[in-house]
Design a binder for this molecule. Structure first.
Ligand code: ZN
Length: 331
């Protein structure tokens, strides 16, 4: 995956390579952006660029022993800190400071990377703050977070902020495909469901996810064919999948993709269709509908998250939606 780093975040990677080549790195960077978009890989790539013996204008070779040791997290001058349990504790920051006071084990330079930096306890953050205020030697810090608003302003002000952009759909699909865990159809659906690689991986690996997708399709297909059993499907087939609020939101999200797919198919924008597995049936159904019916269907579905926020039960929302959609598609 690392080899794809420059391709995935090409602009930022090139920016940092130039800083390395021109020796213009500052002491501390705060890398922000959604989960799973490669902040950690980016920080490690930069560390490799700094230590690489064969670096080409700041770009690491990725094969020399320095690059390899960083990749394997075995480089004595590149220290990684991640939450232990729910938080990053002050002892972890003390350990970091102790490591750094030794000055570079093999060189004068040291790098540290703090993952999920928002999880630092107040004590840990204050301890780090002192360190950032009196940087000793050639230290470069990378704080990573997907929750910028949870980082102490005093920390933010000591760091240069770098926003790591979200992956494009194509990049996300390539990453999901590379895991080898998902079929082509699943990759397509997950990439339409979220922008985050981590969220996509978690959803795709969630127990019962494929069955839920199949169940929702059957329910929707019954509505398209004006089958009365679609109403009963809600209680009998869909509700058993609901354990918590997240499940409820996921179901509404998937249904919104179904309604949207009808529109995409109608306008032949096939590359964005989420439920590609059922493309033939979607196409067939959309042929029999007028554009305004399809648009009305999307609008009906879009009102459902608001109903959920108003504490209407999911079963009520879906039963009501079933009737409305049937009316809409068969008027
Ligand atoms: Zn190298």
């Amino acid at each position: 995956m690392r080899e794809q780093q420059t391709a995935l975040q090409a602009e930022i990677s090139n920016h940092f390579a130039r800083l390395i080549a021109n020796k213009q790195l500052v002491h501390a960077y705060l890398l922000t952006g959604a989960k799973g978009i490669g902040k950690r890989e980016l920080a490690m790539w930069i560390a490799q660029g700094i230590f690489c013996q064969e670096n080409h204008q700041g770009q690491p070779c990725l094969v020399c022993s320095e690059c390899q040791r960083i990749q394997n997290e075995q480089h004595p001058d590149v220290v990684m800190i991640a939450p232990q349990g729910l938080s990053i504790k002050v002892d972890q920051i003390r350990y970091l400071k102790a490591e750094f006071s030794k000055s570079g084990v093999e060189s004068k330079r040291k790098i540290f990377i703090i993952e999920d930096a928002e999880k630092m306890t107040v004590n840990a953050a204050n301890s780090l703050l002192k360190f950032l205020e009196e940087p000793s030697g050639e230290v470069t810090a990378f704080l990573l977070t997907s929750h910028l608003n949870q980082i102490l302003p005093t920390i933010v002000s000591r760091c240069q902020l770098v926003e790591v952009p979200a992956l494009t759909k194509e990049q996300l699909k390539a990453k999901l495909t590379a895991t080898g865990n998902f079929t082509k159809n699943q990759v397509q659906l997950l990439s339409q469901l979220t922008d985050s690689e981590q969220a996509a991986q978690e959803l795709g690996s969630k127990e019962g996810f494929s069955e839920l997708v199949e169940t929702l399709w059957q329910w929707f297909y019954n509505i398209l064919r004006n089958k009365e059993r679609s109403f009963v499907d809600v209680q009998v087939s869909i509700m058993p999948y609901v354990n918590d609020r997240q499940d409820q939101e996921l179901i509404l999200e998937l249904i919104s993709l179904l309604a949207r797919d009808m529109m995409l198919v109608k306008y032949q924008r096939y590359e964005e269709v989420a439920f590609v597995k059922y493309l033939d049936k979607l196409e067939d159904a959309s042929l029999h509908l007028k554009p305004e019916q399809i648009v009305n269907g999307v609008e009906l579905v879009l009102t459902t998250p608001k109903q959920l926020k108003m504490n209407i039960t999911l079963q009520n929302i879906l039963e009501h939606l079933t009737l409305k959609l049937s009316e809409c598609y068969h008027s």
